[in-house]
Ligand binder design. Structure first.
Ligand SMILES: Cc1ncc(COP(=O)(O)O)c(C=O)c1O
Length: 399
């Protein structure tokens, strides 16, 4: 049979079997509590939907758009960066709209990767952080996913050992799946490190507005000079619950954004223009949208954690994101896919197996806060039943 090079290095999709079981259970009328995919169930802000309806009536609404995103949209993104982070970005040369940040990340990897190039990525990671390079005929080296000295030491060692210097390092804070956050001091060290080794930093800030403490996650561009070597990805999907709209952004180093713009000009014509107009409205309401979405996910997080606590399982509350990253029961014999199947079959809860985020996630599962509080409590109670009584207090860390 013909081999397709693009498939080389892509393992079987771990969620496929879970999805099959989920569909079968739903078809059989079973009530499945689905905490699998990070697919927001909340509604976008009303003003955004109104802006979409208005824009759809425009006579020029249905034509091809600009593959970089319309200028007004890039200007709205620049205003957001300035208000939120005190960072100035040039909408002409330093910002590009993407068809979701996932497409943006993949296009960037395709833009910067030559066959055999390596990137340094967190382990475990959101899958595209690794597979974007693999699909571009590159390779990846996994690094600790927690921000700190250990990560930078491992990166230093990876560079020292590599036959060819890595081209980029991926940072993702608040992180999926670990839910950990980074402070500006870490970014300062990472920027100094990247400059010393002349590698690009790719920061995925998809969860910029989903945090529960008093300190909002910083942008890497708050570090002086970061724009020389960093590109940062942001998304409309989580802050504004616009996941299906497929709209994100890449911003930063003008030579990289310019190169991406050229590649994208061959690939697409930009997103549907009414959506871009509505996204401008959303970005200009980022403070209220962010506050609303935080309140919702915080209350859901608390319900899930309380549900576990009531059943005697102590799970630390994550500081950010819409996920809980949780060790499997110690006595469970089998990996995370087997556990996910077991949870679905025995207690009707769908979870993401940790191995979906790389081999280092194998002894964990990820729960997404995509149901209301009652159902999350119910899901926690059911899952807690899979943790043997003696093992219940053993969960001490969610990283
Ligand atoms: C860390 C991270 N980056 C990017 C994305 C994808 O975002 P988008 O919908 O903008 O492609 C996700 C989605 O779950 C994510 O968790």
């Amino acid at each position: 049979m013909r081999r397709f090079p693009a498939l080389e290095g892509l393992p079987p999709y771990v969620f496929a079997e879970i999805n099959r079981l989920k569909a079968a259970a739903a078809a059989a009328g079973q009530d499945i509590l689905d905490l699998g995919m990070g697919n927001p169930d909340l509604q976008p802000p009303r003003v955004v939907l109104e802006a979409l309806s208005e824009a759809v009536e425009r006579e020029d609404a249905h034509r091809y758009s600009d593959s970089r995103g319309i200028l007004e949209l890039r200007q709205a993104k620049a205003r957001y960066y300035e208000r939120r982070f005190g960072v100035k970005l040039d909408p002409e040369t330093e910002i590009i709209a993407t068809l979701g940040s996932k497409e943006g990340f993949a296009t960037l990897a395709r833009t910067i990767t030559a066959p055999g190039d390596t990137a340094l990525v967190p382990a475990p990671c959101y899958p595209i952080h690794a597979f974007a390079f693999i699909m571009a005929s590159g390779a990846v080296t996994g690094l600790p996913a927690h921000p700190g000295d250990e990560l930078l030491r491992a990166a230093e060692e990876a560079i020292r050992m590599a036959p060819r210097k890595p081209i980029a390092m991926v940072l993702n804070y608040p992180s999926n799946p670990l839910t950990v956050t980074a402070d500006i001091e870490f970014y300062r060290e990472a920027v100094a490190f990247a400059k010393k080794h002349d590698i690009l930093l790719l920061s995925d800030l998809a969860y910029s507005e989903i945090y529960f403490g008093d300190t909002p996650p910083p942008s890497i561009f708050e570090v002086e000079g970061a724009k020389d070597i960093a590109v940062e990805f942001t998304s409309m999907s989580k802050t504004f619950s616009m996941a299906g709209w497929r709209l994100g952004f890449a911003a930063g180093a003008p030579h990289v954004i310019g190169a991406m713009a050229k590649v994208k000009s061959y690939l697409d014509y930009g997103g549907f223009e009414p959506m871009q107009h509505a996204a401008i409205r959303a970005l200009d309401h980022s403070e209220s949208a962010g506050a609303d979405v935080r309140a919702r996910y915080e209350s859901r997080r608390d319900a899930l954690i309380a549900g576990f606590a009531d059943a005697g399982v102590d799970v630390p509350a994550p500081d950010a994101t819409m996920f809980v990253w949780m060790p499997l029961p110690e006595d469970f014999e089998g990996g995370s896919v087997a556990f996910a199947e077991h949870a679905l079959k025995t207690v009707g809860v769908a979870v993401s197996p940790g191995v979906g985020f790389g081999p280092s996630g194998e002894d964990h599962m990820r729960l997404a806060l995509i149901a209301d509080e009652d159902r999350l409590r119910e899901a926690a109670g059911r899952l807690a039943g899979l943790y043997p009584a003696a093992a219940k207090p053993r969960i001490v860390s969610n990283g």
